[in-house]
Design a binder for this molecule. Structure first.
Ligand code: NAP
Length: 315
């Protein structure tokens, strides 16, 4: 492990024996916008840097992202890694190929295990709440999969406190471990303040996704649109780039004043949240990943936090 990353923070999560790194590597575009070899480089760099938390989903690149992670896992000690998958979004056109029905969860888990070359998932997230499937059916199959050892834990993603409360009433001791939510300096409305406090009370870990708001918080869109950047294939981000330009510009200036970049300041803000179990970063190259990991070195003081707060919530 590289010396400068010795302080990559690990979190001992209640119920988990081995601490997991607070930074997870996301695989959303692996095998799609990020070519296989680049994705494998990113995974190797992540693990070499001390990251032991890999986030996948059955739908990423139509399964290809998991196949790439599966190839990577062949050279790794499986028990030293914490690997997730998710289930909900359509994996095919038929009714039984979507949502959180028994049939879809079983098919999703079995396919994910096959692609990942593993016989268990550390966590299976319910990728969204399913209003069409009785919650009892979902919880029952999650309990069975846990008993069979195919999943160690389960979690939720973008569930409201009321959804999670309903699950807690019927899940018995097999409680959700994490909720994975959209959370970054520009998008705080899903988490703050209600969900954050609810999860804290219920002892469910919060894992943030899109910590750089899809790259906007790296500051790279302030002057021009770089070729092959996310906005070139997700043009819906353009509107958000315009709406948040002033804030990102001010964050960028503040980061430079302390000798860092906007991506470091944005990630350090999240890492400073005491109840954050982890944040899932995306990268399209090893260089981006290495740059982002320098966020763990940024001394995030109270006075810096005050300045950041003034920028993101101006009077
Ligand atoms: N649970 C859910 O519903 C959900 C939803 C979305 C994502 N996720 C998970 O969260 C992970 C991260 O999401 P995300 O990719 O949106 O996260 P992000 O960290 O906000 O954005 C990552 C993107 O920003 C750009 N970027 C990253 N570092 C950069 C740097 N140093 N300089 C310039 N550009 C940089 C890259 O895009 P370009 O190079 O293409 O511009 C990269 O792909 C996903 O991989 C997935 O595992 C979960």
């Amino acid at each position: 492990m590289r010396n400068w990353l010795r302080n990559l923070q690990y979190r001992s999560v209640h119920r988990i024996a081995n601490p997991i790194s607070r930074i997870a590597i996301g695989t959303w575009f692996f095998g799609d916008r990020v070519a296989k070899n680049d994705a494998l480089d990113c995974l190797a760099c992540a693990v070499d840097s001390g990251i032991n938390h890999i986030d996948t989903a059955d739908v990423y690149a139509r399964g290809e992202a998991q196949s790439i992670v599966g190839e990577f896992l062949k050279s790794q000690s499986r028990s030293s890694l914490f690997v997730s998958s998710k289930c909900y979004f359509p994996t095919g056109g038929a009714q039984h190929e979507r949502g959180l029905s028994r049939e879809h969860i079983l098919a999703s888990v079995n396919e994910s295990l096959r692609r990942l070359n593993t016989d268990y998932l550390d966590i299976l997230y319910c990728h969204r709440f399913d209003v069409e499937t009785p919650l009892e059916e979902t919880i029952q199959v999650l309990n069975e999969l846990t008993d069979q050892g195919k999943i160690r834990y389960w979690g939720t993603s973008m569930w409201k406190p009321s959804n999670i409360s309903a699950a807690l009433e019927i899940c018995g001791s097999n409680r959700p471990l994490f909720e994975q939510s959209l959370y970054n300096l520009l998008e705080r409305q899903v988490v703050e303040p209600v969900l954050y406090n609810f999860l804290l009370r219920e002892k469910i870990g919060l894992v943030a996704w899109s910590p750089l708001c899809g790259g906007i918080l790296s500051g790279k869109y302030l002057n021009h649109i770089p070729a092959n950047s996310r906005v070139t294939y997700m043009p819906q981000l353009l509107d958000q780039i315009e709406r948040t330009r002033t804030i990102v510009d001010r964050l960028n200036v503040l980061a430079h004043q302390i000798g860092y970049e906007a991506n470091h300041l944005s990630l350090a803000w999240l890492l400073n949240k005491p109840h954050l179990a982890g944040l899932v970063i995306g990268c399209s190259s090893k260089e981006q990943l290495v740059s982002n990991l320098h966020a763990v070195e940024l001394p995030y003081t109270d006075s810096l936090d005050e300045k950041v707060s003034q920028i993101i919530t101006p009077d």
